[in-house]
Design a protein. Structure first.
Length: 166
């Protein structure tokens, strides 16, 4: 009886997953044309440039120096902004919205460059009693936002690929 129940659950799981179109991703996210890439930036040691480079390497992208026959991902600029979202009864900032905007350009050989923009928002509760913890927490949030923006840039770069094939 237990064996039949296990078989039924296993079969049901397989049928449900195949019915909804679920497929295991075997690292085939990045197309062949983008497996070798040149990453360009105004400041290669900027935190966003470093984060984007690490995310590309995690996706098995081979980063090379700029060449004529290699696709180029240019990090044009990234902006960090803070906006006050709410004020406490004492008139101090209680909550902030952190905004990270990143603009990049993808250039494939013999193709027109295409721009990619991404924007990541997070809320941050400003506690005036914990100044040191506040700055450390804010830096952790900014790092997480940079990683999310880098993943979004890679996803958008991959989604541009079918549009550029001619």
């Amino acid at each position: 009886m237990l064996k039949q129940l296990q078989l039924l659950i296993f079969t049901s799981t397989i049928l449900i997953l195949s019915a909804c179109g679920f497929r295991l991703n075997h690292g085939g996210l990045i197309p062949q044309e983008l497996q070798t890439l040149s990453l360009q930036s105004n400041d290669p040691y900027d935190e966003m440039s470093i984060t984007l480079r690490k995310q590309l390497q995690l996706n098995n992208v081979n980063l090379v120096e700029r060449k004529q026959d290699v696709a180029t991902l240019r990090l044009n600029h990234s902006r960090q902004k803070e906006h006050v979202a709410s004020i406490s009864r004492q008139g101090k900032e209680a909550e902030k919205i952190l905004v990270l905007e990143v603009e990049a350009t993808v250039s494939l050989p013999n193709q027109q460059p295409q721009s990619i923009e991404t924007k990541v928002n997070r809320t941050f509760f400003d506690n005036p009693r914990a100044a040191l913890a506040k700055s450390a927490e804010k830096e952790v949030i900014w790092n997480d936002m940079r990683q999310q923006a880098a993943r979004q840039i890679i996803a958008k770069m991959v989604s541009l690929q079918p549009q550029t094939k001619k």
